[in-house]
Design a protein around this ligand. Structure first.
Ligand code: FES
Ligand code: FES
Length: 168
């Protein structure tokens, strides 16, 4: 591996790394910089657990090299503002094991920055590459709609209520 001095801008902070330009950003942010909120799932661009933003666009950190982000702004879950979205995630009790959720939030935040009030098809298209082994998809959709000011959350709450009534 050939090492180089590489400049990185992550969450608004400048870093210089002695690293191979071909190294995936995922390894650099987790192993060299200790930003472990971004998760390693498949390593092949298939699960979305490693989703970050590069210049505001969602990107798979496992497939994006350090060379590709030179001169660009990288944002990880640690630097994501999106307070309304995070609150909607809490309100809808979205995470189960939580492993996929950083990637889910990054994709959802990128979607809302492009479409502040996305329709179902836009949500599905934006989120289809983020897999969740725990099956939190309905809650993710409700949280995105809450954050965007559209009202699907009521349906989810109603369903939860009737499920509880059935159990009782
Ligand atoms: S770890 Fe990057 S897409 Fe799965
Ligand atoms: S919350 Fe467990 S994998 Fe998504």
């Amino acid at each position: 591996m050939s090492q180089s001095k590489l400049g990185l801008k992550i969450n608004g902070k400048d870093y210089t790394l002695d690293a191979d330009p071909k190294m995936p950003v995922l390894w650099a942010i987790r192993d060299l910089l200790g930003l472990t909120g971004t998760k390693y799932g498949c390593g092949a661009g298939l699960c979305g657990a490693c989703t970050i933003h590069v210049d505001g666009e969602p990107a798979r950190a496992c497939l994006t090299s350090l060379k590709q982000v030179q001169g660009k702004q990288v944002t990880t879950i640690e630097g994501l503002a999106a307070d309304g979205l995070k609150q909607a995630w809490r309100d809808n009790n979205v995470p189960q094991c939580g492993y996929c959720q950083a990637g889910q939030l990054m994709s959802a935040a990128a979607l809302l920055s492009q479409y502040p009030q996305p329709n179902d098809a836009q949500i599905e298209e934006a989120m289809v590459g983020n897999l969740c082994r725990c099956g939190t998809y309905t809650r993710i959709k409700a949280a995105i709609k809450q954050a965007s000011g559209t009202a699907a959350q009521l349906d989810l709450n109603k369903r939860d209520l009737s499920e509880r009534e059935i159990e009782a």
